[in-house]
Write a new protein. Structure first.
Length: 358
């Protein structure tokens, strides 16, 4: 049974949602989703999933609404697009998303229900649980900012999911508002799900070629900018940047293009005064500044450590493990190529805002 308002799923005996009192239905409220008809509409995958229409597109894949004919439930089908569907490495990375999510099995990570390849063109696809609601990005575009209690609740759930991924040796590498999904009625969510592990990296894998930068510039850690290797602290940095955006309503850095943005991520420290202008409590500022230090060694050492401070802040406590930032906040490239790239990126910044690299 499904709540007709918040879309929570319940056992068959539930006639009303115990949370909001709305009546339940045996059918998911697909009438609230308006997919775009395409040439693949009404086609069937794996003799089980009927495609109803197109609902979205990412960098490498298209997403369709489909119906599971066995259960009647809606699902999302994510299909790798050309030319990526013909690239063996891209296909392997795409299908690794299913393996990564299945290995984690966390309630705050969107579930993968199946995987396969289309008969007509061999394009690989994933079958994912369909989520009713909106992304944190959509919420920010409409509301501007999050109230602090709601932001902390969302961030705690995101941190729990990412910590579970890290425990399984999986780094997300693209933590951003668009990959954090608020489940429930828009504006009144009841749960968060982390989505899109398509760029995730197994710490034991060498699949991503050296020198290839992957991620979203506004949330990329310095070591990711220079392709000098990522670990759990890379996701800590990104979640800190998301936290900044959720609470202040703006990006941490202003940039005219992506090159300038990654240059800021590498070279420009987050200044405490810019946070105080937004009227944030000191504890929130400390957590953000700790998560977003340029050097990975100066950030929270694990996502679990960041989660512990977020939970303290949510409970009104101020005894954080995050130290008050001291010293110069800078990233020191670890390779000769990284040093050359950092020098080149410094030229992308205006002379009056270019930081000292030594």
């Amino acid at each position: 049974m499904f709540c007709t308002r918040c879309q929570r799923a319940y056992p068959a005996e539930y006639r009303f949602c115990p949370v909001d009192g709305a009546a339940t239905s045996s059918q998911a409220p697909l009438d609230r989703v308006r997919p775009q008809k395409t040439r693949v509409s009404d086609t069937m995958l794996a003799d089980r999933y009927v495609v109803r229409g197109f609902i979205g597109k990412g960098g490498m894949a298209r997403v369709y609404l489909a119906e599971d004919v066995d259960s009647g439930e809606p699902v999302a089908v994510k299909v790798l697009e050309e030319p990526f569907s013909r690239d063996p490495q891209a296909r392997e990375r795409f299908l690794r998303e299913a393996q990564a999510i299945a290995a984690i099995g966390h309630p705050h990570i969107a579930r993968v229900l199946g995987a396969g390849a289309r008969e007509e063109d061999g394009a690989p696809y994933l079958v994912l649980e369909f989520l009713f609601g909106e992304t944190v990005q959509s919420f920010l575009e409409r509301e501007g900012t999050f109230a602090t209690p709601m932001a902390l609740a969302v961030l705690c759930q995101a941190a729990e999911a990412l910590d579970a991924a890290h425990t399984h040796g999986i780094i997300h590498r693209d933590v951003k508002p668009g990959n954090l999904f608020l489940v429930g009625e828009p504006g009144d969510p009841y749960e968060l799900k982390v989505v899109d592990f398509g760029l995730s990296k197994l710490q034991t894998s060498h699949m991503t070629a050296a020198g290839i930068v992957m991620g979203t510039p506004a949330y990329m850690a310095p070591e990711q900018v220079l392709a000098e290797g990522v670990d759990a602290r890379t996701d800590v940095y990104a979640l800190g940047m998301v936290m900044y955006r959720m609470l202040t309503g703006r990006h941490a850095f202003h940039a005219e293009d992506e090159i300038a943005m990654v240059a800021h991520q590498l070279l420009s420290p987050l200044r405490p005064l810019s946070l105080k202008d937004a009227g944030l409590a000191p504890g929130l500022e400390r957590a953000i500044l700790c998560a977003t230090r340029k050097s990975p060694d100066e950030r929270y050492p694990t996502m679990d450590a960041m989660l512990a401070d977020l939970q303290k802040l949510a409970a009104g406590r101020t005894d954080l493990t995050a130290p008050t930032p001291t010293g110069i906040d800078r990233y020191v490239p670890r390779t000769e190529i990284g040093t050359l790239v950092a020098t080149s990126l410094a030229r992308a910044l205006d002379a009056d805002e270019r930081p000292t690299m030594m």
